[in-house]
Design a protein around this ligand. Structure first.
Ligand SMILES: [Fe+2]
Length: 269
């Protein structure tokens, strides 16, 4: 398997608190059958208030500590460092200054859990026009989308991919996240599954249990697609196949049906 979303670099965000914890998280990933990890530390707006260079140096230092400790511990794993970027005004500067794109074209893009910008369609459109494919990080955990799931389908129609957290389908991230994750799976609107692992306890890796859950509930074909085949294509910068979500038509009331057939709306308002 390939894990495309996690917080294992020590001491750089709310993920691994120490090098030892980071090493244990990697060992756990190996034990569960993960052979490659895209390390995706958070990149919030305050992180780059003093320029993008500050974030770059912090991540380089954290990564170096991890790589040295791996060597010392004789732990060999295939890793690459990118980012989980929170949407912010300086998004385009971040993309041009920092090595955040996976496979040179995919952006793991996170939105606030409680607020999605009104102009999100324009934001996505601008990225797609620039040749960047946004991967919506855990859309099932975003409250406005939990209240209006079809919004996620609209964004996929605009060119986004969606990545669910394995904790969501396994129920460890709350009922609402689980419900929206199930809805998106039913709609063929999930393209990747990531661990979003932050530690070994409250936010563990769950790659193998997540893979098994997907096999049991949606078949091995989908489990392989979300945890092996699609991530593989993404890290190589290749296109992945998506099913364009169908448009759910709003149910039309009898009153509106009658109005369509009568001249001058038949006096209906
Ligand atoms: Fe994350």
């Amino acid at each position: 398997m390939i894990d495309i979303h996690n917080h294992i670099i020590p001491g750089v965000d709310d993920g691994a608190k120490s090098v030892d914890i980071a090493l244990d998280m990697l060992r756990e990933a190996q034990r569960q059958g993960v052979r490659h990890l895209v390390l995706t530390p958070h990149l919030y707006e305050p992180d780059i208030l003093q320029g993008t260079q500050v974030w770059r140096e912090r991540i380089e230092q954290g990564s170096q500590k991890l790589f040295q400790a791996m060597q010392k511990a004789d732990l060999e794993m295939s890793l690459e460092v990118r980012a989980e970027v929170r949407y912010q005004e300086l998004l385009h500067k971040i993309i041009s200054d920092l090595d955040v794109l996976i496979g040179g074209r995919y952006l793991l893009l996170e939105f606030s859990f409680n607020f999605v910008p009104n102009r999100i369609e324009d934001i996505i459109y601008d990225l797609v026009i620039d040749g960047i494919t946004p991967i919506l990080a855990h859309p099932e955990r975003i409250v406005p989308w939990q209240n209006e799931p079809s919004k996620v389908l609209d964004l996929i129609r605009l060119g986004c991919l969606s990545q669910i957290d394995l904790g969501s389908v396994l129920g460890s991230l709350g009922k609402s996240s689980e419900k929206l994750a199930r809805y998106l799976l039913e709609e063929d609107a999930v393209h990747l599954a990531g661990s979003d692992s932050h530690n070994l306890t409250s936010r563990p890796l769950l790659a193998k249990p997540g893979y098994d859950w997907l096999c049991d509930n949606y078949g091995q074909g989908l489990a392989d697609k979300l945890l092996i085949e699609n991530p593989e294509r993404i890290i190589r910068g290749e296109e992945i196949e998506i099913i364009i979500p169908r448009v759910h038509e709003m149910p039309v009331s009898w009153r509106d049906k009658v109005k369509q057939w009568l001249p001058f709306n038949g006096g209906f308002r």
